[in-house]
Structure formats: C-alpha cells, structure tokens
Write a protein that binds this ligand. Structure first.
Ligand code: TYM
Length: 338
C-alpha cells in the first residue's frame, strides 16, 4: 500500500481541504503504517507557480501548510512529508511524461477550462501542463491510493491514462514501469460547497472569506460564518431524498455528518423537522470543537521555522531516495543515455 497525495500551499487551507482530503491523509497514513506500507504527502509548490503568485507569500504559505498538516495529524514519523521543489525528480519525470501526454487530453481537463476561462492564450504553459506534473507526482512513487476530493478525480484518471500509454509504448508487456493509481475519494464530503452558494465549490480562491471556514478561524468567526451561511426558509426534511434540490441545506447537513462521523440519514433523524435556527448553532459548535485543537496545535508550531524546515528537509531526502528507481526506469525506457 503506497499512499501519495499533495496539496497546494496557496492561500489558507479550508474545511473543504480538511474533510475532502486531509482527514483521509491521516486515516490512510495510519492504515499504511499498520500494514507495513508507506505514505507520501507533499506540498505542491511547483503547481503553485502555474498562476500569478507572490514569492514571499509562497515561502510563508509553504511553512504554514506544513504546520497545518502536522496540526491535523499528519505525522512526519509515519509519513514522508515534503515539498516538490526539494525533489527534482517530480519536474524531471514530468518532462519525460510530456512526450506521452496528448494535447487533446489536457484540453479536456475541466480545471484547465475553469481556470483559463476565455483567456486561454494568456495562461502560463504551466497551467496547461499542470496535470502532467500531477501524474508525475503519483507515478514517481508507484502510488496505489491517492486520497483527494472529487475535483481531482479527472486529473487522476489522466494520470492513469498517461501511465497506461507509457507502459504500452515503452515497456515489455510483463514489465510495466508504472502502477496505475486509484483515487480514494470519501463517500461523504468529497465536495464541500461554498457557504454563500451551494452550487460553487468551497475554494481558497473565492474572493469572499465568508464563503469558507478556514482551519485557522477562531470560534467567533466560525459561529458568525455559519450563522450567515446561505440557506432556504424550509425546515430540514426527514429524508435524504427531500434534500435534493436544496444545495445549501444539503451542504450543511453533509458537513455535519462528515464532522460527526454520521450518515446524512442519521443527522436528519435528529434534526428533521427543525429549522436552521436550531441546526446552525449545533453545526457551529461541532465545527469549533473539531477545529479548536487543530488551531491550538497550529499556533504552537507555525513560528518554529527551523523545525518546519527540518521536517521538509528530512522528508525530501526520503522522497528523493524513494523515487530514484522509477525515475531511472523512465529514462531507460525512453532510451535516454545517462
Ligand atoms: P488543492 O490544493 O486545490 O486541494 C487539496 C485537496 O483538497 C481537496 N479539496 C476539496 N475537497 C472537498 N471539497 C472541496 N471544496 C475541496 N477543495 C479542495 C482537493 O480535492 C485536494 O485533494 N492539484 C491538487 C494538488 C496536487 C495533487 C497531486 C493531489 C498536486 N499533485 C497529486 C493528489 C495527487 C490541488 O490543487 O489540490
């Protein structure tokens, strides 16, 4: 079992990142550790330069993201925790895979279409090639399981397509180089939506801070954001079926269920028939209780630059070692003399 996943150190990590991905980093880290497998979690800093960014902010966000992940339970003793920039094999393998990836495949990526909008000509080459780097990230470590939110599913399917084509084109049938990675998408919370618009994903790039719960928000801010969250005038229904078409209600009930480790049906069993005036304070308190210890731990860790850099340096050295055989295999398969 090889667990591999990444998160961009841009902006503040939010509840969508937490419930959609980070809780599963921790869950799979522990499962892998118990089963004698391995877990690699990295900060996708090379991905972060695909869009306009402030270099000083990127440096600070990178350290803060390490502190956040550790505060959430990613344990550097069980997980190889690092940033891409310290492991050149990610960029190298990406280039080797650009010979296999097809323009048409990348053109179909919904994230490329969303981010580029109408201005494709003005985008960086990095934004277009972004999913090839993502494929390199997981294929380098022969990932078997990749914990991600729903929005990364298409990128992982592309990683499988690239792996398969490379294996077909350059490897003997009985000796494929790359393992095909399986996405691990949580059944609930795979897509946490904005608190202001139940049809838009909760996102670091939303200009309104009221649209998301940041993992570093304090109790008052969380309660205020939940109180102001968009809803509809109806009370909560008794069944999951009746939530359909009520995007905001569905999102809040889903968040409650994911935080409490309970099914949506179970949550509705408790709150069905009640209005948001009763449900929202309960949700706010559950959020505060979940995030308070993470917040406290984050504050302890975030200013110890030396300790954070040491975690990354150690992780990077383990990652360089772990990826070296696959990288050499890719050079060899392509006939490149080294
Ligand atoms: P990023 O940094 O946008 O998000 C990190 C993780 O959080 C999940 N996520 C969500 N899940 C549920 N609801 C939401 N609203 C929500 N928003 C974000 C994402 O699905 C992701 O799992 N391209 C990736 C980073 C990456 C990567 C990789 C991931 C680079 N290489 C290799 C996996 C494997 C990204 O930008 O994630």
């Amino acid at each position: 079992m090889r667990v591999v996943s990444g998160i961009q150190p841009t902006g503040k990590p939010h509840l969508g990142n937490y419930l959609g991905a980070i809780v599963n980093y921790v869950k799979l880290q522990d499962e892998a550790h118990a089963a004698g497998g391995e877990c690699f979690i990295f900060l996708a800093d090379l991905h972060a330069i695909s869009q306009p960014h402030d270099p000083a902010e990127l440096t600070q966000n990178t350290r803060e993201m390490v502190a956040t992940l550790v505060a959430c339970g990613v344990d550097p003793a069980k997980t190889v925790l690092f940033n891409q920039a310290q492991v050149p094999a990610h960029a190298e393998l990406q280039w080797l895979l650009t010979g296999t990836a097809r323009m048409g495949w990348l053109n179909r990526m919904t994230q490329w279409k969303d981010k580029a909008g109408k201005n494709r000509e003005g985008q960086s080459v990095a934004l277009f090639a972004y999913p090839v780097l993502q494929a390199a990230d997981v294929l380098l470590y022969q990932a078997t399981r990749v914990p991600v939110g729903e929005d990364q599913k298409q990128h992982l399917e592309l990683a499988r397509d690239i792996a398969q084509k490379f294996n077909n084109d350059f490897c003997a049938e009985d000796a494929p180089l790359f393992t095909l990675p399986e996405p691990y998408i949580p059944p609930t919370a795979a897509r946490i939506m904005s608190l202001r618009d139940g049809t838009a994903k909760m996102s670091k790039s939303d200009p309104s801070d009221m649209s998301r719960i940041n993992l570093t928000d304090d109790a008052d801010t969380i309660m205020k954001k939940i109180k102001k969250a968009k809803t509809d005038p109806e009370p909560l229904p008794d069944t999951e079926k009746e939530l359909e078409g009520r995007a905001e209600a569905q999102n809040l009930v889903g968040i409650y269920g994911a935080l409490a480790g309970r099914s949506v049906a179970d949550v509705l069993g408790q709150f069905g028939g009640q209005g948001f005036g009763a449900f929202k304070p309960a949700l706010g308190e559950l959020l505060v209780d979940t995030l308070a210890p993470i917040n406290a731990r984050f504050r302890e860790l975030k200013d110890d630059q030396e300790a954070l850099d040491a975690i990354l340096a150690r992780g990077a050295s383990q990652a360089r070692e772990a990826g070296s055989a696959t990288l050499s295999g890719a050079y060899r398969a392509l006939g490149l003399v080294r």
